[in-house]
Design a protein around this ligand. Structure first.
Ligand code: ADP
Length: 482
């Protein structure tokens, strides 16, 4: 059985700002079934300290980048956790990256260098009784772990870096470099240096034994200028070490047959029960109560990436067609305001809640007829996987993981009876318009719609398959074929 140290800045259910937390929270359990034991190292934010059970100190760092730090071992549900309890870095209000005023913490470079350095030291066997075969880092926040391990003296574990989103790179002024405690050579074009700055993600991309990203299509896309966010050169250079493994979702948390967050539980065999959730959703968002109206749901960050600005211009036409919109999201103030305004102008047709709300996210998945994900780019995307499981037809742009997880209702797929949703390309307002037109036509053909719904609910969106791919990757590294 191999032992993995997963180093991450977020982990569901303790601390989450996005899909990263879902992945790092669910993968360990699935890996367990595939013969891999995982321990997760996370920063000791207040929420993590509060959620930790059975905690006991296992190590003390007298000086961890300007203050002392303890490592506390404990659990949260089935998760085996090591918490980097460094009060001077992590005991702060706000989310993991930003102060309550929304601005990034000024010392994020030091905070996440500390996470990486601790991950590297622990991964290399610092703590007696805790040894690891692999250190698995996630995104820029822990990308320094493979960098530090590259410069570690003595035997070291294998390293994997997973890119959940290349848009976030952990870029800091070059003045940070001398504080990182690395040899000067680490700040080269084949290391941390990026346009004269320090880039944690680039460092990790250069030094991890293997790279993964969260879907095969995104793995191909990021080698291009269009999606590479300036790092396409490094990605091309490391192409032989990069694999795409599509994410799953936690099928215990997202199970319509047992979900306590929705008023009417249902399953593929009891799909008629779903109607009660649609009514509940319409009531909750002040929408006209009608089973006949097509309800399009959205659960999303409201940012440029997610493409929801493209929906705004199509709202009048949709409303004329009797379509309803149920939107939950938060992000850019301007977009938030546009949707609030649209809802105020169209009561009964557009319902909108700005904020983060786990319960409403579940109700939208269970009560909407379709779920819209019109992203301009999307490494994997999780909400379309939840939608499949909950029988809400995903309408997605054909990018990244959206391309890999939804089977478009084109003529061939409809004839073969395998379609699970609608894909559109390019990811533009025109592309979306066409997809919405196809959606409303499909909605009027209820036998075909219900067939798609059954297909969607039959899709395997669990972690079982992805976990076997990760386990195989770890084994390949250990066998020396990385
Ligand atoms: P990203 O990580 O880019 O935001 P993903 O689709 O990978 O997008 O993951 C988003 C996760 O966050 C999903 O689990 C989704 O249900 C959840 N989510 C997004 N916005 C909200 C919200 N406003 N309220 C509740 N959950 C949300």
């Amino acid at each position: 059985m191999s032992r993995v140290l997963s180093v991450t800045s977020e982990i569901y259910p303790l601390i989450k700002t996005g899909g990263l937390a879902d992945v790092t929270g669910a993968l360990p359990l699935a890996l367990g079934a595939a013969g891999v034991e995982t321990t997760s190292l996370v920063p000791g934010y207040p929420a993590v300290r509060q959620g930790l059970q059975n905690g006991g100190e296992v190590w003390h760092f007298p000086d961890m980048f300007g203050g002392h730090a303890n490592v506390i071992r404990g659990t949260a549900g089935s998760l085996d956790l090591l918490v980097l309890d460094a009060p001077h870095l992590f005991a702060r209000p706000g989310n993991p990256y930003n102060a309550p005023d929304g601005r990034e913490w000024h010392d994020n470079g030091i905070r996440f260098a500390a996470l990486g350095a601790a991950g590297a030291a622990i991964g290399a066997g610092l703590i007696p009784g805790l040894s690891f075969d692999i250190v698995h880092a996630h995104d820029w926040q822990s990308a320094m772990a493979p960098v530090y391990l590259n410069y570690h003296n003595g035997p070291r574990p294998g390293t994997v870096l997973t890119i959940h989103n290349l848009a976030f790179q952990g870029r800091f002024a070059a003045s940070l470099f001398p504080r990182l405690g690395l040899p000067g050579s680490a700040f080269g074009f084949d290391g941390l240096e990026y346009h004269h700055d320090v880039s944690f993600l680039k460092g990790g991309l250069c030094f991890a034994d293997r790279l993964t990203t969260v879907s095969p299509t995104y793995a191909r896309e990021i080698a291009t200028e269009e999606y590479g966010m300036g790092l396409e050169g490094v990605i091309q250079y490391r192409a032989a070490s990069l694999t795409g493994i599509v994410n799953g979702i936690d099928d215990a948390v997202w199970n319509p047959a047992t979900d306590d967050l929705i008023p009417h539980k249902f399953s593929r065999g009891r799909i008629t029960q779903r109607a009660g959730n649609k009514t509940a959703l319409q009531q909750r968002l002040g929408l006209r109560e009608s089973q006949a109206a097509l309800v399009i749901g959205v659960v999303s960050r409201l940012t440029e990436q997610k493409g929801l600005d493209m929906l705004l211009e199509h709202l009048p036409a949709l409303i004329r067609d009797g379509v309803q919109i149920a939107l939950l999201g938060s992000g850019d103030r301007e977009l938030e305001f546009s949707f609030i305004e649209a809802a105020a102008r169209n009561p009964g047709s557009i319902g909108c809640v700005i904020g983060y709300n786990e319960q409403l996210a579940h109700l939208i998945q269970a009560g909407s007829d379709a779920l819209l994900v019109p992203s301009r780019f999307e490494p994997c995307g999780l909400t379309q996987l939840c939608a499949l499981r909950y029988g809400s037809i995903p309408v997605v742009s054909r990018v990244g993981g959206l391309a890999d997880t939804v089977i478009d209702a084109n003529e061939a797929a409809l004839t073969a009876g395998v379609a699970t949703g609608i894909q559109f390309s390019p990811a533009t307002a025109e592309g979306l318009e066409d997809a919405l037109r196809r959606l409303t036509i499909l909605w009027r053909n209820q036998p075909v719609w219900q067939r798609m719904q059954r297909n969607a609910m039959s899709a395997d969106v669990s972690w079982r398959n992805p976990a076997t791919h990760y386990a195989a990757l770890y084994n390949a590294i250990l066998a020396g074929s990385a």
